[in-house]
Design a protein around this ligand. Structure first.
Ligand SMILES: [Zn+2]
Length: 292
């Protein structure tokens, strides 16, 4: 399916092509409209109710329908490449006047330190609230084993179901290869980060998403990167140091946004992994019906 557009209208009195409905449902789920239930491609009354809820955030008279290229689609999809010109300002965000060069450089240096400087990892009880990280047994039972053999190095998946459902796409600040619904969800996460933490957004990069390998230091536990449902982030090109119980400050600013979208932060792992975010069990559960 296309991850960047719908082919025809979705919702009340819409054409409701299956792939289009799956895409709209996945984006609604990624934005927290749990009323959708599952992304099953069937546009029933719960999906229409979720579209109405979503539209009530920006339309005076929600109509329950999402048209290709229309206002609702643009709000749902955000600034997807190829849909909105790159020069278009973000909704509701007038561009700031340029600062004088010296002041700008000073502010930029201070901003960089504020983002990549480290702080003790937050108390485990204060993050990932209500989210459960996915176990290997859950992923093996629900999706299957990405490969027959693993090492500490990245290898490609061989599982046909997984290979059919991978996509390489931009999520805003960078491109990744991952499971289709995970990449779609990351787009929604990034739209919110850009709005709520623009300085961190500008510093964001990635150290990879899909990578079939063991968990670091293990020869029995499969990394969730193997299913393309986890991502490692860099800030100003710097990786957070693994296992030192310190995390980059910028990560603490965006972790609540990831959590809100159902992504679990690796800062809470026994061995601190602050650069790492992965789809929680409930997200994977929601995505399963969209895999084909
Ligand atoms: Zn990772």
């Amino acid at each position: 399916m296309s991850t960047t557009n719908i082919q025809a209208s979705v919702g009340r009195n819409g054409v409701n092509q299956r792939d289009d409905v799956v895409l709209v449902q996945t984006l609604l789920l990624a934005r927290g409209f749990a009323r959708v239930g599952d992304a099953d491609g069937d546009c029933g009354k719960n999906t229409i109710a979720a579209i109405l809820d979503f539209q009530s955030n920006f339309l005076k008279n929600p109509d329950g329908r999402i048209d290709p290229g229309g206002t609702s689609w643009r709000n749902l999809a955000g600034t997807y490449p190829g849909l909105v010109p790159a020069t278009a300002p973000a909704p509701g965000a007038p561009p700031a006047p340029p600062a004088p060069p010296a002041a700008a450089a000073k502010t930029a240096a201070a901003g960089a330190a504020a983002i990549t400087g480290t702080v003790p990892r937050p108390d485990a009880a204060s993050i990932n609230v209500g989210l459960k990280f996915v176990s290997n047994s859950f992923m093996l039972a629900k999706i299957g084993n990405p490969r027959d053999s693993y090492s500490q190095l990245c290898q490609t998946p061989t599982l046909p179901l997984l290979r059919r459902n991978l996509v390489l796409d931009s999520v805003g600040p960078f491109r990744v290869t991952g499971l289709v619904p995970a990449v779609l969800s990351l787009k929604a996460v990034m739209i919110d980060i850009e709005r709520e933490q623009p300085a961190v957004y500008r510093a964001l990069g990635t150290a990879g998403m899909l990578c079939c390998r063991w968990v670091r230091g293990s020869t029995t536990a499969i990394s969730n990167h193997s299913w393309g449902t986890a991502i490692d982030l860099t800030l100003n090109g710097v990786l957070d140091v693994y296992g030192n119980n310190q995390v980059q400050r910028g990560l603490t600013l965006i972790a609540p946004i990831f959590n809100r979208h159902g992504w679990f932060w690796g800062a809470a792992f026994r061995t601190e992994d602050g650069m790492h975010f992965e789809a929680s069990e409930s997200l994977i559960q929601q995505w399963l019906p969209s895999l084909r």
